[in-house]
Design a protein around this ligand. Structure first.
Ligand SMILES: [Zn+2]
Length: 351
């Protein structure tokens, strides 16, 4: 079943919820002040300043964009200005690169709570930054470029795998970051033997660069081409790689990484992204396939809609990762899955 694109998003939603609860409590406190005879109470000291403030330093003069900041008390002013100017000076070009009508009004919200990720976007046009992270790694200004990519990606109406979302955010950071060198942030030239494109982030970003260099010369970069489909409401499927480059994703990755190409088994269970065995086919042999294994086999989460099970095979599908949730055993072709499993399979077992 559905899972968040990345943990940062769910953390952000939780954080926002806590803030709203905190705000409600503050309002209740002030509403409960005593009557005329009661001694005056000191006003509650706000833990965070929730009022958005327009941030428009000189770098934002004449910009058609608007940036608000919230709760900046613990952020170094020089660092804050760099983060703000990164928005005004790179966001229009980032938006143009991804050919997106990105939100014109964005908010930076600074969060003092412990144990937060460095930064996150919880859907919408607010980037949350951990003030503790910014204090520890003050030179990491270009974290803003990564997160602003997620704001732009909020315009996507088609489904896109998390590894492409995160790979593109690092690809954009590599392209538009202005302080990467200062902090020693760079895409790696080498591919670790255990690396897989589904690792996303820098691994996927450098893979995109390689695909562009070897197969996409003179045309839109692959990261952009992948986004264009999703901007038009088309859900990702693996056939897009063949359309873009003439090669399958597995072939591309093998050529890039030097890892052996694993051809599909000649006999196995076939999975399709549409009913009645339509859409691209992925064939798998016997084995256990948790979500990460399905992603690696180029089957997206919650994507399967019909299945061919040849004689001698037994398939068990599960609603959730790690072989949990409702399960269903199939030993025959299934052109239409039961509603509980239609676009809801996250792990499976082939015996
Ligand atoms: Zn990210």
């Amino acid at each position: 079943m559905d899972r968040p694109i990345n943990k940062r998003r769910s953390a952000g939603i939780r954080r926002l919820h806590y803030w709203l609860v905190g705000l409600t409590n503050a309002l209740l406190l002030s509403a409960c002040g005593g009557g005329e005879d009661a001694p005056p109470r000191p006003a509650p000291v706000p833990v965070v300043d929730m009022s958005p403030r327009l941030a428009r330093p000189a770098c934002g003069n004449n910009s058609p964009l608007t940036l608000f900041v919230i709760n900046t008390a613990r952020v170094d002013p020089v660092q804050l200005e760099k983060l703000v100017c990164t928005f005004y000076e790179t966001y229009p070009a980032m938006s143009a690169t991804l050919k997106t009508d990105a939100p014109k009004e964005v908010t930076y919200s600074f969060d003092d709570a412990p144990n937060q990720p460095p930064a996150w976007v919880a859907g919408g046009a607010t980037v949350y930054y951990s003030t503790r992270y910014l204090a520890q790694v003050p030179k990491d200004v270009d974290v803003a470029v990564h997160e602003l990519t997620h704001v732009i990606q909020g315009k996507l109406t088609g489904a896109m795998p998390g590894w492409i979302i995160e790979g593109t955010a690092d690809w954009m950071r590599n392209l538009f970051g202005r302080y990467n060198q200062e902090i020693g942030w760079a895409l790696s030239d080498s591919v670790a033997p255990t690396a897989r494109y589904i690792d996303g982030y820098g691994t996927a970003a450098q893979f995109f660069n390689w695909v562009d260099k070897t197969h996409r010369q003179g045309r839109d970069p692959v990261a952009v081409a992948l986004h264009l489909n999703a901007l038009q409401g088309v859900n990702y499927n693996s056939s897009v790689w063949v359309t873009l480059t003439g090669k399958t994703l597995a072939e591309l990755w093998s050529a890039y990484s030097g890892q052996p190409y694993m051809p599909a088994p000649s006999v196995g269970v076939s999975f399709y992204t549409e009913q009645n065995y339509q859409g691209p086919e992925v064939k798998l042999g016997k084995g256990r396939y948790d979500l990460k294994d399905l992603l690696w086999a180029d089957i997206s989460n919650d994507a399967i809609r019909s299945i061919r099970v040849p004689a001698g095979f037994k398939l068990t599908v599960y609603q959730h990762e790690n072989f949990t949730g409702l399960s269903l055993t199939l030993q025959a072709d299934t052109d239409t899955l039961l509603p509980a499993f239609d676009r809801a399979i996250s792990s499976l077992l082939i015996e």
